[in-house]
Design a protein around this ligand. Structure first.
Ligand SMILES: [Zn+2]
Ligand SMILES: [Zn+2]
Length: 276
């Protein structure tokens, strides 16, 4: 019997309402809600949150763009919150760049002692040093605060789904679902291997069974799509295979903007280097 709480209800909603990976559905939903929240006065005026934005030198590429789209799209205060975030970031970058006094750095490269080869080596060293300091000044020390917040809700959803799969009846229901995209599948397997479950193997086998079934389905649609593009079959009416590319894309990489491929190394919230 699955305990009803805000997380289990969200997972069930994702399975019922979405025509693709339920965790991708929840990711997009959380991201949309988060963008609106980050533009509210109470957040844009919060010194603690502004400090986090500064430490990350703003947001990642995706969230800088999405945040501005959300601000422009109405329904939030207006572009003032965005401007406040960004001005803080621009000012901190100006300050950091100004503090990297090029004269001090180039002194090392310009000093005239030694052979021409030694001078060139010193210049290269000075440039490498300048480049790494510039990067640190611009990239910031912390990950995008919006990504961090999404990873945190994501972790909650994954742990909840895995716990739900520990229930025999839910496993049967899940087998009839559309399955997960590959990034979420790998995450779920990893969370399952780290969690204390009654039947961890059943959980993992169920996830794999559903995944293989859906990969085969996608493959069948792709074959059909490709077949109908051949001259001999060009007059056959289109069927469900017209969605083959979109289905394969969603299955392989998940929804646009998902952390996806970095999972080959580690989950984003566990990563050693959490910068963009
Ligand atoms: Zn997904
Ligand atoms: Zn981000």
């Amino acid at each position: 019997m699955i305990e009803k709480n805000i997380l289990t209800i969200a997972i069930l909603e994702g399975i019922e309402r979405s025509d693709r990976c339920p965790l991708c559905y929840l990711w997009i939903k959380s991201e949309k809600r988060l963008m609106e929240y980050l533009l509210k006065n109470e957040v844009t005026m919060s010194p603690e949150f502004r400090e986090r934005v500064l430490a990350a030198r703003g947001f990642c590429n995706r969230h800088m763009h999405l945040l501005l789209k959300t601000a422009d799209g109405g329904g939030t205060e207006d572009g003032l919150g965005y401007a406040l975030y960004i001005q803080g970031v621009v000012e901190s970058i100006i300050k950091a760049l100004a503090s990297l006094n090029p004269d001090n750095l180039s002194a090392l490269g310009k000093s005239s002692g030694g052979s021409a080869i030694a001078r060139r080596r010193r210049q290269r060293q000075a440039l490498v040093l300048l480049s790494s300091r510039l990067e640190r000044a611009i990239v910031g020390e912390k990950p995008c605060p919006a990504c961090e917040s999404l990873w945190s809700s994501e972790k909650g959803y994954l742990e909840t789904l895995v716990r739900m799969l520990d229930d025999k009846d839910f496993r049967e229901d899940f087998k009839a679902s559309r399955g997960l995209c590959l990034p979420h599948f790998i995450s779920a397997i990893r969370i399952a291997s780290q969690s204390k479950l009654k039947s961890p193997l059943d959980v993992v086998y169920t996830l794999m069974e559903v995944e293989i079934k859906h990969l085969q389905l996608v493959n069948n649609y792709l074959s059909e799509f490709i077949r109908k593009h051949s001259w001999d079959f060009r007059n056959e009416p289109p069927g469900l295979e017209v969605e083959a590319n979109r289905m394969a894309l969603n299955m392989l990489v998940g929804v646009e903007g998902l952390y996806s491929r970095s999972l080959k190394i580690s989950l984003p919230w566990e990563s050693e280097d959490r910068r963009r």
